[in-house]
Design a protein around this ligand. Structure first.
Ligand code: ZN
Length: 563
């Protein structure tokens, strides 16, 4: 049996090498119409979306059916991210992934529960041996939910190749009716060369688009000169939903010749953060709209760029008229075309590029250490995509570390010497990132003597913050000292003011119980089906600790009829 599996596996990999993907191998994982709230390659915060987000009719608990035979190769249960996730290895070499589950199906559920009780933890990652948890095509493997960092009930579904690269599941025959054309939000022209300009400006220009009778767009003629790049903000909708999802392909031409093409078919997790290099990051942070730059700048290794001439840039010459087009299509080949007429003209520049010079010029390919006041900032080589002036100001316990309009690729370390605090105050301090309201967001803070340090991948305001308040714990669905025979579970509300909850441990009558933490609702849940209890009178004890070590112990008694 094992031999057959290996042979099939090799055939599967070989078949992929010839780029012939099996379109009838995987059946749909749900038996409801497939309507997407997210598509493959869609632009998200710091990453390209690695799968399909399938809507589950606004509720949890839809059964998930194995789309093909295989075995469970990985299970991960986490408070954040994918929540309850399941990975199934198929004999054709592909792995399917299911995230944000409400619960796992029978055997898998028991396997996870046993491991959680053995390790006395809710969060767990397991790699069952091949053959231990086999699944047959059509078998229920779990139920959809909203666990982890999910903003509403849905199934996140991925298909990964043998090298763990996520692929567009539509390529494997997932059928989604789509007769709507991609939508165009905006088009920008970026002057790139030293002498380049667009409509007498050296700064990016948003173009005025005119909808044509045939559904295409024509931009108002621009006058320009020199080396330019073009960017577009676009999204796609499928039938049956108004969600704005990602498109499948964007192609550009200049005077009829292909310049640049991006295709959302496959990428690797190692490159996904380069999304921040690919989009106009400053514009996104300021306007919440993602403009895709249809040219490849330095330090952009993205493999979704399938072809390029001169890295997608064009050079406009004085006295020549030319035409640039952008063709955007979705997976069902619905297309929209934008044409941009350009007149080459060396005009006077009325809006020059602003340079914001500061004391801190950072060479992107070199490591830099900067000390200001009680703060030190260490910027490893290649944390930034290009050489940049950074604005850094320190006022007492606050560090104003530029503005969050430049992307950071690798962690920057912020260290602060808090030697003016007493030892006991020092214990309660952490480095917080302040949001626009001035509220501090916890950054994992490391201590060494009087020095505190934290890593970050975003510019912004950081401050030393003290958290002296311990977490609060309250019964949520029961009353201390009362009967709970009718309940399926016990729910306890746990909250912490500043640094946030770091860990918790619950026992009943001294025995560890698995409790699921829902950070979105601040609720811990114990399920009575775990069958830890054999007595009528029970003592629940819960200890919750925050990120600086303040902890609270809660005890309650409840009564439950035993069968
Ligand atoms: Zn998703």
């Amino acid at each position: 049996m094992r031999k057959i599996f290996i042979v099939l596996y090799i055939i599967g990999v070989a078949a992929y090498g010839q780029s012939s993907l099996p379109t009838d191998y995987f059946s749909d994982p749900l038996n409801i119409p497939i309507i997407l709230s997210g598509s493959f390659g869609e632009l998200r915060s710091n990453h390209f979306h690695s799968g399909l987000d399938i809507k589950t009719q606004q509720r949890e608990g839809q059964p998930i059916f194995a789309p093909a035979d295989g075995f469970v190769k990985r299970i991960k249960v986490a408070h954040y991210g994918y929540g309850k996730a399941l990975y199934i290895q198929h004999p054709n070499g592909y792995t399917t992934v299911y995230a944000h589950l409400q619960r796992y199906a029978h055997d898998i559920k028991d396997y996870v529960k046993n491991a959680q009780y053995e390790k006395e933890t809710y969060e767990i990652e397991l790699f069952p041996e091949a053959g231990l948890l086999e699944v047959k095509k059509g078998e229920i493997i779990g139920y959809t939910g909203n666990s982890g960092s999910s903003g509403g009930p849905h199934l996140h579904y991925e298909i990964r190749d043998a090298a763990s690269r996520p692929m567009n599941p539509m390529l494997f025959g997932v059928e989604i009716p789509d007769t709507k054309k991609p939508l165009v939000t905006s088009v920008f022209v970026y002057p790139v060369g030293e002498q380049a300009h667009v409509d007498q400006s050296q700064n990016p220009q948003k173009l005025r688009l005119m909808l044509q009778k045939d559904g295409s767009y024509k931009a108002e003629k621009i006058s320009a000169l020199g080396k330019l790049g073009i960017g577009v903000s676009t999204n796609d909708q499928q039938n049956g939903a108004s969600n704005k999802n990602g498109v499948y392909e964007i192609k550009t031409t200049y005077n009829g010749e292909e310049k640049f093409k991006v295709l959302f078919e496959k990428f690797s997790f190692g490159e996904t953060r380069y999304l921040n290099r690919y989009i106009d990051f400053d514009y996104f942070k300021t306007n919440k709209s993602r403009v895709q730059k249809l040219f490849r700048e330095a330090n952009n290794p993205l493999s979704i760029i399938k072809s390029e001439v001169d890295n997608g840039y064009i050079t406009v010459e004085d006295g020549f008229t030319s035409n640039f087009t952008i063709e955007i299509r979705d997976f069902k080949n619905n297309k929209v075309i934008i044409s941009i007429p350009i007149e080459g003209a060396d005009k006077e520049i009325l809006d020059p590029k602003e340079s914001k010079e500061t004391d801190n010029y950072i060479y992107a390919n070199e490591a830099t250490s900067i000390t200001k006041g009680k703060f030190n900032i260490y910027i490893p080589a290649n944390s930034l995509y290009e050489d940049t002036y950074l604005d850094i100001q320190v006022e007492g316990d606050t560090l104003k570390f530029h503005k969050d309009v430049i992307p950071i690729h690798k962690n920057i370390t912020i260290t602060v010497d808090a030697d003016n605090y007493t030892a006991s105050d020092l214990d309660k301090l952490y480095i917080g990132e302040l949001n626009y309201r001035g509220e501090p967001y916890y950054n994992r803070t490391y201590r060494k003597g009087t020095k505190l340090s934290a890593k970050t991948r975003s510019f912004g305001t950081y401050a030393l913050v003290a958290d002296t308040t311990a977490p609060t714990i309250k019964p949520h669905n029961f009353i201390n000292g009362k009967w709970v025979s009718k309940l399926d579970n016990l729910q306890i509300k746990i909250e912490d003011d500043l640094s946030g909850i770091s860990s918790y441990r619950a026992t009943i009558n001294g025995k560890f119980i698995v409790t699921e933490y829902n950070y979105k609702k601040d609720v811990l849940t114990y399920n009575f089906e775990d069958e830890i209890i054999s007595e009528t009178e029970n003592n629940l004890k819960l200890i919750v600790t925050d990120n600086v070590g303040n902890s609270t112990t809660f005890e309650a008694t409840f009564f439950r009829k035993q069968l």
